[in-house]
Design a protein around this ligand. Structure first.
Ligand code: ASP
Length: 347
C-alpha cells in the first residue's frame, strides 16, 4: 500500500516537474551582481558576479520553474545605453516568440531600471511576463536584498497570473508596472515607489498577488517596433530652475537633439529665458515635452504655458526619464507634435 502511494506521489511530482514553466534570466549587472570587500561597507562595485553565481543564492527556486540564464552585459546601470536597450528588447521578442519560454526575468541596476523597463514595456510584443529584478545592497553586503528579489522575480515571471500585465518591476516584495515605478531614495531598500498610482501587487510565499493593472497600452498592444531599428533618435532632458542658463538648450539643438524633455518647476513651468530657447528649438522642428521636477502628479495642458500656441507636448503623469523613452520611440514613428501628444495620453 505504502509502495503504491509512493509511486503515485512520484508520478504526480514527475508530471508536475514536466509542467514547470521555463523562465529565462537576462542578466545586465547592477548592485544585485555587485561585490564589496566588507559586508558592512557602503563602498562596492556593481556588475561583478555572473548570473550563475546569482542563482546559487536562491536555492529552492527550481521547485517553481526551470531557469536558464544569459549574461547580456555586466554593468552598473548608470552606464546603460541605447544599444543595450535595443539588444535586450530584441532578445526578449526572440525568446518570447518560442513556445518553450514562459517568462523572462531581467536583472538590472536600480539607477536606471525604470527607463529600461518602460522601454521594454513599449517594445516587447508579447503577453508573457517580463519582470525586472534588482537590489539596493550588493551581494556581499549584510542582509543583501538581491536573493529575495530574484526569487520573487522568478516566481512572478513563472506565474500565468502575470500575463498581460505589461513589464513588471519587483522590489522589496512589491510588484509595480514599468510605466509607474520610479526610484525614490538613494540608498534605502524601499526605494521603489509608484508615486501616482501605487504598486499593482505583491509577491508573497512563492506567488504573485495582483490588485490592479494599468489601462495604458503596452507590450503586445504597442505600436512601437524595434525590429528594424539599430539606433534611436537623440532626445535630451533639461532640468528647470530659477535664474537658469538657457544656453544648454541651444547647445543641445546644435548637437542634433530631436526632442527635449523639460523637467519644469511645478506643473512643468519654465523660466522665461528657457521658454524663449525652447520656442526657438520648436521653430527648428525639435519636439518639446513638458514634465515636472516635483516627482509626482500630472503635467497638464495649457495651464500656465500656452501649449496649443507654442506647439509643446505635455508628459501627462510620466516623469522626465520615462517621457524621454516615449519621446524617442514616438520620433521613430512621426515628427507631428499633435500625434506625439496623443502617444503621451495613450502609453
Ligand atoms: N549604480 C547601481 C546600478 O544602477 C545601483 C544599483 O543597482 O542599486 O547599477
Amino acid at each position: 500500500m505504502k509502495k503504491v502511494l509512493f509511486a503515485s506521489l512520484m508520478l504526480i511530482s514527475l508530471v508536475a516537474f514536466g509542467q514547470k514553466p521555463n523562465v529565462v534570466i537576462l542578466a545586465t549587472g547592477g548592485t544585485i551582481a555587485g561585490k564589496s570587500d566588507a559586508a558592512t561597507s557602503t563602498k562596492y562595485t556593481a556588475g561583478q558576479l555572473p548570473i550563475e553565481d546569482l542563482l546559487t543564492a536562491v536555492p529552492g527556486v527550481e521547485d517553481f520553474a526551470n531557469v536558464k540564464g544569459e549574461q547580456v552585459v555586466n554593468i552598473g546601470s548608470q552606464a546603460m545605453n541605447n544599444d543595450v536597450w535595443l539588444t535586450v528588447a530584441k532578445r526578449c521578442n526572440e525568446l518570447l516568440s518560442k513556445g518553450d519560454v514562459d517568462g523572462i526575468v531581467i536583472t538590472h541596476g536600480t539607477d536606471t531600471k525604470e527607463a529600461t523597463a518602460y522601454f521594454l514595456n513599449l517594445t516587447v510584443k508579447s503577453s508573457k511576463p517580463i519582470v525586472f529584478v534588482s537590489a539596493m545592497r550588493n551581494s556581499t553586503s549584510i542582509s543583501a536584498d538581491g536573493p529575495k528579489n530574484l526569487f520573487d522575480g522568478i516566481i512572478t515571471a513563472a506565474s500565468p497570473d502575470s500575463r498581460d500585465m505589461g513589464v513588471l518591476v519587483i522590489s522589496n516584495d512589491y510588484i509595480y508596472n514599468a510605466r509607474d515605478v520610479t526610484k525614490s531614495n538613494t540608498t534605502n531598500v524601499a526605494t521603489f515607489v509608484a508615486p501616482n498610482w501605487g504598486p499593482v501587487g505583491i509577491a508573497y510565499n512563492g506567488k504573485p498577488y495582483y490588485y490592479h493593472t494599468t489601462l495604458r497600452k503596452h507590450t503586445a498592444n504597442s505600436e512601437f517596433d524595434v525590429a528594424s531599428l539599430s539606433e534611436l533618435p537623440k532626445v535630451d532632458i533639461v532640468y528647470g530652475y530659477s535664474n537658469m542658463d538657457a544656453s544648454i538648450i541651444d547647445n543641445l539643438v546644435k548637437k542634433g537633439s530631436r526632442g527635449i524633455v523639460f523637467a519644469g518647476v511645478g506643473n512643468g513651468n519654465i523660466y522665461p529665458e528657457a521658454l524663449e530657447a525652447l520656442q526657438k528649438a520648436r521653430k527648428k522642428g525639435v519636439i518639446v515635452v513638458r514634465t515636472s521636477r516635483t516627482g509626482s502628479g500630472r503635467t497638464t495642458l495649457d495651464a500656465e504655458v500656452n501649449d496649443a500656441e507654442l506647439e509643446f507636448v505635455v508628459a501627462d503623469d510620466l516623469n522626465a526619464q520615462k517621457a524621454r523613452v516615449l519621446l524617442m520611440l514616438s520620433l521613430t514613428k512621426t515628427q507631428n507634435w499633435t500625434e506625439i501628444q496623443k502617444f503621451f495620453f495613450t502609453y
